[in-house]
Design a protein around this ligand. Structure first.
Ligand code: RNT
Ligand code: ZN
Length: 414
């Protein structure tokens, strides 16, 4: 009996169909952010670099500097990750040809057509994000909520352009494209006016969402605070949940780094499911703050995936990743983080949710706690390895050899 057969038998004693779990895991897309590959530098800013609202730390060798390099790195990472993949792009990854350059309020679909070709060739879906940071039109750290009308108009135009691009990408791929608006707007010190900027943001969003874009899943991503923006965030959770509730077709995106550390996105998913047909996520790992460390197979990631599965919401929760570490090999960072998400998803699919729920409903909390604890030592590793094998990727640490070789042959020569 192989380890996998043994595991299958062990899980079936708990009423779990391992084959079905593997199939479901392999079909659920995970949207992998392109920005792990180049520290969110993008291609539209000759000086490069983040700042003005966002920051990647570290100085590991081999950052992708061009479209070609970013594609190659992404493919290397993707070849070591099981499951269905999408690529999540930011507007700053526009591709300008023949010396052309336009500012962010003027970008068009053609600037992303090469990405569509790349996605098509490799069977990836695409998701999209306006890039509302690292730009001189951020004034006093504000964009869509700025008191300066010119600033607001610039960013409104940018977000409208991004929705149109997303729509066209969706049409080209026969798919829906998630377009996530996140803005860093906020204040370092105590506000004199908390309402004004929110009213301006509401007005800006109304303008942005005017046009019907049937292939776009519109999202707005809230945040609690950031370094330099400690006292007030215009796009807070309440603001965006309120906005989404009042505007069907707009969804509140939950980034698990964007809440107080004692608040859990795993609990927010079932709180929002009764009201929204879709819940978009950014999975990340905050260490003490929204630090965007590489995702690991930790308790909250497992709990988030459990909620998605046990709420029967695998088709309603849209999984995207959002971490960026420039201090370690970037290709490895992608692989470690995305494999962790895949692991957590598979493990959630291998949990006897029906039985546990029955114990809870019967008030049998002792048995519930007992079984939850016993589940932690089920032979999950054997199923994970088999899942990877069937997906044509290494199931163990041997995937790292490919990254080491790539570092030696490609990254170290940059
Ligand atoms: C920032 C948000 C946002 C960004 C990406 C790059 O705190 O999480 O999602 O990380 O848009
Ligand atoms: Zn995010």
């Amino acid at each position: 009996m192989t380890q996998f057969e043994f595991a299958k038998e062990r899980y079936s004693r708990l009423g779990i169909d391992v084959e079905q779990a593997i199939k479901t895991a392999s079909e659920k897309p995970i949207s992998i952010h392109c920005w792990q590959g180049d520290d969110l530098t993008g291609f539209d800013n000759p000086d490069g670099g983040t700042g003005n609202g966002i920051l990647a730390t570290g100085n590991y060798m081999g950052r992708a500097r061009t479209f070609e390099e970013l594609k190659a790195d992404f493919l290397k990472a993707a070849s070591l990750i099981p499951g269905k993949k999408r690529i999540n792009l930011h507007a700053c990854y526009a591709i300008f040809k023949d010396g052309e350059w336009v500012d962010r309020n003027r970008i068009e679909y053609k600037h992303f057509e090469p990405w569509v070709e790349f996605a098509r060739e490799n069977g990836f879906g695409i998701d999209f994000n306006p890039t509302v940071f690292s730009h001189p039109m951020m004034k006093n750290g504000l964009s869509l909520s700025s008191p300066d009308k010119n600033v607001r108009e610039f960013w409104i135009d940018h977000c409208i352009a991004c929705r149109r691009i997303s729509q066209k990408i969706g049409e080209a791929l026969g798919d829906k494209v998630l377009n996530d608006i996140w803005i860093p707007d906020g204040l370092k010190d105590i506000p004199a006016d908390r309402l004004g900027p929110r009213l301006l943001l509401k007005e800006s969003l109304d303008r942005i969402f005017e046009e019907k874009c049937p292939n776009v899943i519109d999202c707005i991503e809230s945040k609690l605070f950031a370094i330099g923006v400690e006292s007030y965030t215009v796009g807070s959770s309440e603001f965006y949940i309120g906005y989404s509730a009042a505007h069907p077709g707009v969804y509140p995106l939950l980034d698990n780094g964007h809440f107080h550390p004692t608040e859990y996105v795993s609990d927010k998913i079932p709180a929002l499911l009764p009201f929204f047909d879709k819940i978009p996520l950014h999975l990340t790992r905050g260490v003490r703050w929204d630090s965007d460390h590489v995702l690991i197979f930790d308790d909250e990631l497992k709990e988030i995936m459990k909620e998605i599965v046990r709420c029967g919401a695998i088709d309603r929760v849209i999984i995207g990743l959002d971490f960026f570490d420039a201090a370690i090999n970037r290709v490895a960072a992608w692989v470690i983080g995305t494999r962790s998400a895949e692991k957590a998803l598979l493990m959630a699919l291998l949990t006897p949710h029906e039985t546990l729920k029955k114990y809870q409903d019967e008030g049998n909390f002792t048995k519930n706690l007992m079984l939850m604890e016993e589940c932690k030592s089920l032979p999950f590793g054997a199923v994970w390895e088999e899942y990877c094998r069937r997906q044509g990727v290494p199931g163990d640490e041997s995937w790292f050899c490919a990254v080491e070789q790539y570092e030696k042959e490609v990254l170290s020569k940059r």
